[in-house]
Design a binder for this molecule. Structure first.
Ligand code: SF4
Length: 693
């Protein structure tokens, strides 16, 4: 047997595990949790069963090409790569380089994310690259950049939470999405200080039962108003940290004005949260010696997501939490490499090192590393929703390359996305299973899985970690690094295209030097030595576990308090309900992987909606029957679970299912103006019983 210390393929907690394999490396036979600061040996069901993905019989092992009758036929690598390269050259000649788009993923290693950004810009020469992290936490990132001048999900190590006496969790259900995280909430629970804001009584909300804290259940889409109301109390009752606000922030006067009218009674009328609860929340946070405010997708995936995250940051700044030892604000990254995925150039407006693509000095630095002229780096592209919407339209994208994303399940308003992909001249999808998006492709490229090659990821604390090869890949599958090198050669692209992840990391580190996310002091060898590696990690440093202790990243060192306004979004009328979506314990994201693992899929093989008993009774809906959810965008039929865990004005759907069971048939592609985050978490639907079902 051989063993490799690595990390889970799924979420951003990146729990440490050891994979033990047969000597030929063909079959990992055992997964065991490994002691690590985030998971302390714990794994959730997804982690325990992850090795099954490596042994699946439906693994893609050869390139596939779509036939005229719609079926796939296996093809050689030369055949598919030649066709892709020919298409790029032809489309570029005919329509210009922006006829080609690239859609990346937050599950790609740092090395692949970096290489993909470079590949798009100097091999394809397109400005049109973005990734599914845009759907993940882009609004919180925009808010953090605005307030602090820097975005790192948690600007402190997760273990700091252990000693908190108060943790306010807004719109995250880590009890299901990343269960080992819960051990870091025990201190707050013991002090009665876990406060969970969620329209649904989720697994995490239940952790606040029995004196462990409080569950606050606002009307969906009113989180921003709730935060303004809490800030109102903090200022009106002079609970804020005056010295901190004076010395470390700017913008207090505007924020004070912006919350002045959000007295508790008004906030209650909008959010449904009792005025007394709002006061108690403010007092609890202000009276704590160690308090944290954490946000998740529930409050961020809205058209006012950046402003909502900003309101959470404002509250944290008013209370003097950010940068104070034992306190803080952070956002909880969802995807495995959601953090690293946005630092190295997959985002439409950024270059490696988390540099703005518009920054001349940054462009010059990256161009030197890439061996091109700065003018050869295209300008900013468009964010993910707009990139997908451009597919197949006149003057738009004619060819799309998708890496590590299943957009016909995970994007908003997926029937439009499916139609857009259908209009393309060429859709190329790289994946290790035939995902729903891959099924639509003209060419499918079989790639390696997480435990089949070396690499690095950056977890939710900004900690750079090593993924190690533990299993031998099937002979026909290839690394994306190899695919990019082969295509770069066929396209006559400049630059170097190493196949060695360690060399690619070294180049990434050089490209990041001097940027916000500076990795220049890091290497695979250093990470292998066990070094703790929180970025920024400039050469000669030992990393930065804690950000903002002394100064923020703005030139004057101060954080920005930013006045924001609450604007109610789409609201139900008459018998309509608010639809909220989220994750289940046994599934991950679009379900491409977890729906293939029997132990994960069998408990929840089909979509089940949650509906309040009063709502069900009023509509003549029985528990276990089938219901139809409908709005202007689409229709979803689901079995119904009747539960008091949900508000009477709300219905919940998990978003892991495909085809006619995709919750994103109903979600809106409207986006937040600051971050281009879509409105995943608040749609309006009608709900009715399906006769005879
Ligand atoms: Fe994997 Fe996340 Fe579960 Fe940890 S919590 S085992 S990283 S899915």
């Amino acid at each position: 047997m051989t063993a490799a210390d690595t990390h889970c393929p799924y979420c951003a907690l990146q729990c440490a595990m050891t994979l033990t394999a047969t000597p030929d490396g063909r079959l990992p036979v055992e997964v065991s949790g490994r002691d690590f600061p985030t998971n302390r040996g714990g794994l959730c069901k997804k982690g325990w069963t992850s090795a099954e993905l490596l042994a699946r019989g439906d693994r893609l092992t050869a390139p596939l090409m779509k036939q005229p009758d719609g079926s796939f036929a296996e093809a050689s690598w030369d055949e598919v790569l030649d066709r892709i390269a020919d298409s790029v050259l032809t489309l570029r000649e005919k329509h210009g380089p922006d006829a080609i788009g690239v859609f990346g993923g937050g599950g790609l290693t740092n090395e692949k994310a970096y290489q993909l950004g470079k590949f798009a810009r100097i091999a394809l020469r397109t400005r049109l690259i973005d990734y599914n992290g845009r759907f993940c936490m882009s609004s919180a990132a925009a808010a953090a950049n605005r307030a602090f001048g820097l975005d790192r999900g948690l600007p402190f190590p997760l273990a700091d939470l252990d000693t908190a006496d108060t943790v306010l969790v807004l719109g995250s259900n880590m009890g299901d999405t990343m269960p080992p995280f819960v051990q870091h909430l025990q201190g707050a629970r013991a002090q009665g200080g876990l406060i969970v804001v969620d329209p649904r009584r989720s697994t995490t909300a239940r952790l606040a039962d029995d004196g462990a804290g409080m569950h606050v259940q606002p009307v969906p889409g009113t989180d921003l108003a709730l935060l303004l109301g809490i800030a109102h109390v903090v200022i009106a009752e002079e609970l804020y940290d005056r010295d901190y606000v004076d010395e470390r922030t700017v913008g207090f006067a505007a924020v004070r004005r912006s919350v002045a009218s959000w007295w508790p009674a008004r906030t209650e009328s909008v959010t449904g949260v009792p005025a007394e609860t709002i006061r108690a929340l403010a007092q609890r946070l202000a009276g704590s010696s160690s308090a944290y405010i954490l946000t998740g997708r529930g409050v961020e995936q809205h058209v006012d997501g950046t402003d909502t995250a900003t309101a959470a940051i404002n509250l944290a700044l008013l209370l003097g939490l950010v940068g104070r030892p034992g306190s803080g604000y952070g956002t909880l990254t969802g995807q495995g490499n959601g953090q690293g995925g946005r630092e190295h150039g997959q985002k439409s407006d950024q270059l490696p090192g988390y540099r703005k693509i518009t920054d001349p000095a940054g462009r010059a630095h990256v161009a030197r590393v890439w061996g091109v002229d700065p003018a050869d780096i295209p300008s900013a592209g468009v964010p993910a929703v707009q990139l997908l919407a451009r597919c197949g339209i006149d003057g738009g994208v004619r060819m799309l390359m998708v890496h590590g994303a299943n957009v016909v399940v995970s994007a908003p308003d997926v029937s439009q996305v499916r139609a857009a992909l259908g209009r393309l001249d060429l859709l190329v999808v790289s994946d290790f299973f035939l995902s729903e998006t891959a099924q639509l492709a003209d060419i499918v490229l079989p790639v390696l899985q997480w435990a089949e090659e070396e690499g690095t990821m950056t977890n939710l604390e900004g900690r750079v970690i090593r993924r190690r090869r533990a299993a031998t890949p099937p002979p026909g599958a290839r690394s994306e690094l190899w695919i990019m090198r082969e295509l770069a050669a066929r396209l006559g692209a400049p630059g170097t295209w190493s196949l060695d992840p360690s060399e690619v990391f070294d180049e990434l580190a050089r490209a990041s030097a001097g940027g916000l996310a500076d990795y220049s002091g890091l290497s695979h060898a250093l990470l292998d030595s066990g070094a703790e590696a929180h970025w920024p990690y400039p050469a000669g440093s030992s990393g930065t576990p804690h950000l903002f202790r002394d100064r923020f990243a703005h030139d004057d060192g101060r954080a920005r308090l930013v006045a924001v306004r609450s604007r109610r979004q789409e609201t139900p009328r008459g018998s309509e309900l608010s639809l909220i979506t989220g994750r289940l314990l046994t599934h991950y994201q679009s379900g491409t992987q977890t729906r293939r693992v029997a132990e994960l899929n069998d408990p929840t093989p089909r979509i089940v909606a949650q509906l309040h008993p009063v709502t069900a009774r009023d509509r003549g809906i029985a528990a276990g029957s089938r219901i139809r959810l409908r709005n202007v965008r689409g229709v979803v039929d689901a079995e119904v679970a009747v539960t008091e865990d949900i508000r009477p004005d709300t219905v919940f759907l998990p978003f892991h299912y495909a085809g006619a069971e995709s919750a994103n048939l109903l979600t809106s592609a409207k986006t937040d103006p600051h971050s281009s985050m879509p409105e995943f978490k608040n749609a309006v639907v009608t709900v009715e019983a399906i006769a005879g079902a």
